[in-house]
Design a protein around this ligand. Structure first.
Ligand SMILES: NC(=O)c1ccc[n+]([C@@H]2O[C@H](COP(=O)([O-])OP(=O)(O)OC[C@H]3O[C@@H](n4cnc5c(N)ncnc54)[C@H](OP(=O)(O)O)[C@@H]3O)[C@@H](O)[C@H]2O)c1
Length: 362
């Protein structure tokens, strides 16, 4: 499937950890053409490669491989001065306070797909995970009407919520869900670069607190697993108890999840529901959708970040160690891994934009 002409996009926050992943994924994407790179005034006016290079000469590139050649010499503009003429869509990857001001400026004119939390909790804003709740895009028209915007804002979730809901969705739909307990072991890249986590704090350590993260996971999971009724999203009414930690891993969030299901289920049924999940979405054939939304591994020592994070270029959630949880009613527990800067940020956002193009919303 190809699109001609390609959708012209600006990447805002292009110098950051998520922004860099946008460039890697967009460099190979047949549907999008990058026409502008934007960041803060710190980077403005510099060629991209200089904007990510420290005064001491270190290139702060957080992705695998080289900086894509197509972008190295592109001048970075200050996001507040971004000219939207000739831009069909903005990918926004900046911290939430700055994102709020910028996205409010862009969305009246063009669609904005955002990795930030700025708009996630507003009633008329869907938080989309492709394959899980893409039908929530149905409320975008309401957002445009109520706000008088030609464009709109569609954020993706927090990167820890993403892997969690991918595995919960098939179980909620097949067996029902009464409650969830999750403990995350989150990668360092999830903290971004500004300020990020220092090597001295991270090395040989686990940091048992990530500000605001647990609240985000709890609220976002209920919203994403909720149902669209008319032009309202009705959150799934389940308790989600989250403990979020930062560990000494570069990329890939690992989650230990225990769920109380709505009815008893044997483990083979659970695995089948997970394996079959999202196949209709896969069949749409969108460029960034992986051939499997979930991979179930039977190996007792998997998933592991170093081995499994790049399954299907970081777009597949890998679930393993599926077993009964004898403490919870109809309890089942598992360990999952999802790539925080790919599915959980840039490529996940690109996948949302592809779906919106497919449906004609962009
Ligand atoms: N990292 C992840 O795994 C991940 C996953 C999901 C969601 N997110 C979300 O994505 C967003 C970006 O995260 P990140 O990890 O990429 O952070 P980051 O590495 O700290 O990058 C921040 C980016 O925002 C730019 N920026 C900062 N202040 C700005 C301003 N006032 N105006 C315009 N641009 C500004 C920075 O530009 P300069 O370089 O010029 O300072 C940089 O490009 C955050 O909302 C985060 O919560 C991140």
């Amino acid at each position: 499937m190809s699109r001609n002409p390609r959708c012209r996009v600006a990447v805002v926050g292009a110098t950051g950890v998520a922004g860099q992943q946008f460039l890697v994924s967009l460099d190979r994407n047949p549907w999008f053409e990058v026409v502008a790179l934007a960041a803060s005034e710190r980077s403005a006016g510099k060629p991209y490669i200089d904007a990510i290079t420290s005064p001491g000469g270190h290139v702060g590139w957080a992705c695998e491989g080289e900086v894509p050649k197509a972008f190295a010499q592109v001048p970075v503009v200050d996001a507040v001065d971004l000219n939207l003429d000739g831009v069909d869509l903005v990918f926004s990857a900046v911290e939430s306070d700055a994102a709020r001001a910028l996205e409010e400026k862009f969305a009246p004119r063009v669609p904005v797909v955002s990795t930030s939390s700025a708009f996630r909790y507003e009633d008329d804003v869907p938080v989309i995970v492709p394959g899980v709740n893409h039908d929530h895009a149905g409320i975008i028209k309401r957002q445009q009407k109520e706000r008088g915007w030609k464009g709109f804002v569609t954020p993706i979730p927090n990167c820890t919520t993403t892997g969690l809901v991918v595995a919960l969705a098939p179980l909620a739909r097949t067996f029902g869900l009464r409650g969830v307990i999750v403990t995350s072991m989150q990668a360092l890249s999830g903290a971004g670069r500004s300020p990020g986590v220092s090597a001295m704090d991270a090395l040989d350590n686990i940091i048992p607190y990530i500000p605001k993260e647990e609240e985000k996971v709890q609220i976002e999971a209920s919203k994403i697993l909720g149902r669209l009724e008319g032009d309202q999203i009705v959150p799934l009414d389940i308790p989600v108890s989250a403990t979020c930690t930062r560990v000494n891993v570069r990329d890939g969030h690992t989650l230990c999840v225990s769920a109380s299901l709505g009815r008893p289920a044997d483990l083979d049924e659970v695995k089948e529901a997970l394996r079959n999940f999202g196949l209709q979405f896969v069949d749409l054939g969108l460029p960034s959708t992986p051939p499997e939304i979930i991979r179930v591994t039977e190996q007792p020592d998997r998933p592991q970040p170093r081995i499994d994070r790049l399954v299907n270029d970081g777009m597949t959630t890998v679930v393993g160690r599926i077993r009964a949880d004898s403490v919870l009613e109809n309890g089942v527990k598992w360990i999952l891994l999802s790539h925080n800067t790919k599915l959980g940020a840039a490529k996940g956002a690109i996948s949302v934009a592809e779906y919106l193009l497919h449906t004609g919303l962009v």
